[in-house]
Write a protein that binds this ligand. Structure first.
Ligand SMILES: Cc1cc2nc3c(=O)[nH]c(=O)nc-3n(C[C@H](O)[C@H](O)[C@H](O)COP(=O)(O)O)c2cc1C
Length: 218
């Protein structure tokens, strides 16, 4: 087993074996509380390791309540000095997505002819637009918030795909300008990425990860 995998494996085992440090609450026994904490730790790690970008979705719309939970998890990400340098705009309107897709189809018909194509946002029925200050600050913070949202979605059985390409298409296509306008992003912010969200209709394998990118220095 590679070093990183060993590390992750030991983390998982550690999560399962580690005694609970939380205070017991209510009438539940301390042992029951400890069990809950152990299980939750393993679930969090599984959630991170099992997440994959999803580009095929069922037709089931995403409940607003779930989108709200995702957004709340996003804005609870850490940010430098709690500056919260983000703007988040959630769109689940089929009309919005279909109108942009019509523009996309006109300009890139070969992409729209690909099997399984439903819309230009990697087929997702709901979109989360994230913007950061136009002066370039806040991008780390916005990245952290994105991962929070993606993992929250995963935990609720939803699939996601972070998207730079479709946003670039929107920014570079003049017919898309009114749709960007509709998002009401403040003037001093610029759109950074989109997260497509929906109920997954595929279970892609993990793409390879380069473990040599991580080093421990003794
Ligand atoms: C900043 C960023 C931009 C991305 N843009 C796109 C995109 O435009 N289209 C797409 O299909 N996937 C996009 N992805 C998803 C990556 O392709 C994906 O995360 C990567 O291949 C690893 O696969 P995994 O997410 O399934 O582990 C983007 C991911 C990130 C972080």
């Amino acid at each position: 087993m590679h070093t990183i995998l060993k590390f992750l494996f030991s983390l998982c085992i550690g999560a399962v074996l580690m005694p609970s440090t939380s205070c017991s609450q209510g009438s539940a026994s301390a042992a029951a509380d400890a069990n809950t904490v152990r299980t939750d730790s393993a679930i969090v790690i599984d959630n991170i390791l099992n997440r994959r970008s999803i580009r095929a979705y069922t037709d089931q719309p995403v409940e607003r309540q779930k989108l709200e939970v995702i957004a709340r998890c996003g804005i609870n990400a850490p940010s430098g000095m709690n500056s919260q340098p983000w703007q988040v705009c959630i769109v689940d309107s089929p009309a919005y997505i279909d109108s942009l897709t019509a523009i996309f189809k006109k300009l890139q018909p070969e992409r729209a002819e690909q099997p399984g194509f439903k819309n230009m946002f990697r087929n997702a029925p709901a979109l989360i637009f994230v913007a950061s200050p136009s002066n370039g600050s806040g991008q780390v913070d916005c990245g952290l918030m994105g991962e929070n949202m993606v993992l929250a979605a995963e935990a609720m059985g939803l699939g996601t795909c972070i998207q730079g390409g479709p946003l670039a298409f929107m920014k570079n296509t003049k017919e898309c300008a009114p749709y960007i306008q509709q998002l009401q992003i403040p003037e001093d912010y610029e759109l950074l990425y989109i997260i497509g969200v929906g109920y997954p209709d595929e279970t892609p394998d993990a793409k390879p990860r380069d473990e040599s990118k991580v080093k421990f220095i003794d």
